[in-house]
Design a protein around this ligand. Structure first.
Ligand code: AP5
Length: 185
């Protein structure tokens, strides 16, 4: 049973939905940088104020800020975890690797959720979060392609990528995810 997982995929692919289900099933810490940042915005903290405008444009918040959040959470947690929405670029992936080497907690599986742009767009438009209008969604997709998609090659080289077709009902996708993360390492 693996308990150090990372979810990767474009906005709207279902990372948050699937991560939450799997984390509950396996008793893992679900660490979503998007959720943590939105909580800071809601609380009106200095960090949230700094992140708010960047998130509203669909750009990435600074690596230093996000890394500080992730590091604090992982250092204060004893047990398995699931990272959702982090890392988001090669610099974050490099920093995460250093941290996990230090902690002697290597990633076991990187779940890559794949979905057509048309379906992503539909899902996000019907959700209607602050950053879910068409112009911002298109920007988030572009940021994903330019900055986050290179992580696929990075993790593929490490033999960690597990591709999952993210089309279909939530439960159907969840059983595909469960199957790939149950594979022997
Ligand atoms: P983040 O919160 O990570 O957003 P995202 O990557 O754009 O992902 P989404 O939440 O939109 O999609 P998801 O794949 O999680 O899908 P979900 O399950 O929600 O980041 C937001 C912002 O924060 C970023 O733009 C950036 O500014 C900042 N940020 C975050 N992390 C950062 C980092 N590491 N570095 C720098 N900046 C960072 O599902 C989407 C919708 O589809 C939901 O309504 C859901 O109910 C529905 N749905 C899910 N699965 C299905 C299904 N099978 N069938 C039908 N509907 C479904």
């Amino acid at each position: 049973m693996s308990d150090r997982l990372l979810f990767l995929g474009p906005p709207g692919a279902g990372k948050g939905t699937q991560a939450q289900l799997l984390a509950a099933e396996r008793g893992l810490l679900h660490l979503s940088t998007g959720e943590l940042l939105r909580a800071e915005v809601q609380a009106g903290s200095e960090l949230g104020t700094e992140a708010q405008a960047v998130m509203a444009r669909g750009e990435l918040v600074s690596d230093a800020l996000v890394l500080a959040i992730v590091k604090a959470r992982l250092l204060s947690h004893d047990g398995g975890w699931l990272l959702d929405g982090f890392p988001r670029n090669l610099a974050q992936a490099g920093a995460l690797r250093e941290l996990l080497d230090e902690l002697k907690q290597p990633i076991e599986h990187v779940v890559l959720l794949q979905l057509d742009d048309g379906i992503l767009l539909q899902r996000l438009l019907s959700r209607g979060r602050d950053d879910d209008n068409e112009a911002v969604i298109r920007n988030r997709l572009e940021v994903y392609r330019e900055q986050t998609a290179p992580l696929i090659a990075f993790y593929r080289q490490l033999g960690l990528i597990r591709e999952v077709e993210a089309e279909g009902a939530v439960e159907a996708v969840a059983s595909r995810v469960s199957a790939v993360v149950s594979q022997p390492l």
